[in-house]
Design a protein around this ligand. Structure first.
Ligand code: ATP
Length: 137
């Protein structure tokens, strides 16, 4: 079994899509290990998106992710990292995400694309430690 860190970004909370997104996670068969509504500090946002520092969209991305409450969750299940990325769809919700995925069904913007999911088990460990420092690994 495997764990992954998922965010329902501020656009998902703002648009009242939290229930739908969690329902999709549950119906896929992934288990919720942790779930919390939080407004993120600039420090956590920078830690989370460290790999994107210096890219043109980085300042705007930090502003977006700290703009309001988001939902952070830890999911568990077989191949949880890939399974969540499958139901999320590709980063660009129009060119990459297909209908039937969270982004393909509900998003238009590459930045405001509703969800984040860890991209590897190693990223998941790092991100879970950042978002849920009290959760034992
Ligand atoms: P996430 O890491 O959030 O699951 P991802 O792995 O699909 O997304 P990354 O390439 O890691 O995508 O980018 C992280 C986030 O940065 C994206 O989800 C999106 O919100 C934002 N982003 C990525 N590329 C762009 C871009 N070209 N323009 C604006 N925002 C972008």
């Amino acid at each position: 079994t495997e764990r992954t860190l998922v965010l329902i970004k501020p656009d998902g909370v703002e648009r009242s899509l939290v229930g739908d997104i969690i329902s999709r996670i549950e119906r896929k068969g992934l288990s919720l290990v942790a779930l919390e509504l939080k407004t993120v500090s600039d420090e956590v946002a920078r830690g989370h998106y460290a790999e994107h520092e210096g890219k043109p969209f980085y300042p705007s991305l930090l502003e977006f992710i700290t703009s309001g409450p988001l939902v952070a969750a830890v999911l568990e299940g077989p191949r949880a990292v890939a399974a969540f990325r499958q139901i999320a769809g590709g980063t660009d919700p129009v060119e990459k995400a297909v209908p039937g995925t969270i982004r393909g069904d509900f998003a238009l913007s590459t930045q405001n694309n509703l969800v984040h999911g860890s991209d590897s088990p190693e990223s998941a460990e790092r991100e879970i430690a950042l978002w849920f420092p009290d959760l034992g690994v």
